[in-house]
Design a binder for this molecule. Structure first.
Ligand code: UFG
Length: 331
């Protein structure tokens, strides 16, 4: 079975490529290297012992994309490629709508033209907006506070409509909660460019001395310790969720939360990191970050029941593997 992975050199994409190759899927990677490095390809090939066809293509370039669909007969597409910085999307809405929507539409259209039966889309728990957790797939989508979130909600709608019009095109919408951690080899992981927006890379960079201290965005939320609560999921568990989605036999559109079902606060993450890795993380409490919600965690039962998938790795595994990756990075 041949799978096209867009954004296959990025954080979640690269971990999914490893899981796919371990299960003997053939993988073709497309990535425009806008937020990834080509060195990740070498790392993936060394890690898996397999040669992986790679094309430096932007998914907004229909003609270049079509050449790939002419060359290979795909059984599935897993579409990770996209811009993902919430704050940047507020400052540059056109860039986000244009990139994230055009890439999804191009791929979906080519999938129907070239008869690719399965499309798996990287969506986000952000489409639930600010509702009381646990968040279930039956809850309505709500307006998100930023263009990035809207591109996820709109892409879900676009793909669903294309699937409705094409009986043989099935779509899986995977709503990720908060992926952290790294492959246990320490070879691949999350490497944001510039100042990290997300909690875990900020913590690992603080541990390494790249950042002076962590800023905890608010301690006056309605949560047990006042700091924001999220459903952190190990990226390797998340990657395995994609393989399960690929193997799920159905027609039409299905939505799945990929989370653990457990909420953890910012201060609990900091404490777990310190205890497991024996490193102090200096931090200060600062103002809330605009657009942040107090708590988000999944009801993860649907994926367990239908995909036979559940997250297995713990917060301890996540903080250990995140640090193991950062520690081995040569900056
Ligand atoms: N936080 C800090 N300090 C930091 C960074 C984050 O205190 O330097 C806090 C946030 O306030 C939040 C928690 O840590 O309470 C997690 O923040 P992240 O930025 O790591 O993650 P978010 O939950 O804000 O965002 C993630 C994804 C988005 C997605 C969103 C909703 O990064 O892509 O979940 O699903 F849209």
């Amino acid at each position: 079975m041949k799978v096209l992975v867009t954004g296959g050199l990025g954080f979640i994409g690269s971990h999914t490529v490893v899981e796919l190759l371990e299960k003997d899927y053939d993988v073709v990677i497309i990535d425009n290297l806008s937020n990834s490095e080509v060195i990740v390809l070498d790392k993936l090939e060394k890690l898996t012992g397999k040669k992986i066809p790679f094309y430096e293509i932007d998914c907004c370039d229909y003609e270049k994309l079509e050449k790939i669909f002419k060359k290979y007969k795909f059984d599935a597409i897993i579409h990770f490629a996209g811009y993902k910085a919430v704050g940047e999307s507020v400052a540059k809405p056109y860039m986000y709508y244009s990139n994230n929507l055009n890439s999804t539409m191009n791929l979906a259209n080519l999938a129907t033209e070239y008869k690719v039966p399965r499309f798996i889309f990287s969506s986000s728990a952000t489409v639930y907006g600010d509702q009381t957790p646990p968040l279930t797939e039956l809850m309505e989508k709500k307006e998100t506070s930023n263009p990035y979130g809207e591109t996820k909600a709109m892409s879900e709608r676009i793909l669903s409509d294309i699937s409705k019009a094409n009986k043989s095109f099935s779509v899986v919408l995977l709503r990720y909660f908060n992926p952290i951690g790294a492959h246990k080899s320490g070879v691949i992981g999350e490497k944001p460019s510039g100042i990290p927006n997300n909690l875990m890379p900020y913590i690992t960079q603080t541990a390494k001395g790249i950042r002076e201290k962590l800023y905890v965005f608010g301690d006056d939320y309605d949560t047990p310790d006042g700091t924001g609560v999220r459903d952190y999921i190990h990226v390797v568990d998340l990657a395995k969720g994609h393989v399960a989605a690929l193997e799920y036999d159905f027609e039409g559109v299905e939505v799945f939360n990929l989370g653990t079902g457990k909420g953890t606060s910012v201060l609990e993450i900091v404490k777990a990191f310190e205890e497991v890795n024996k490193i102090k993380i200096p931090y200060v409490i600062t103002d809330r970050r605009p657009g942040d919600i107090s708590a988000s965690y999944a009801d993860a039962n649907k994926a367990k029941k239908l995909l036979n998938w559940e997250a297995k790795l713990t917060i301890k595994d996540m903080v250990k593997d995140s640090w193991n990756f950062e520690r081995n990075l040569n900056d």
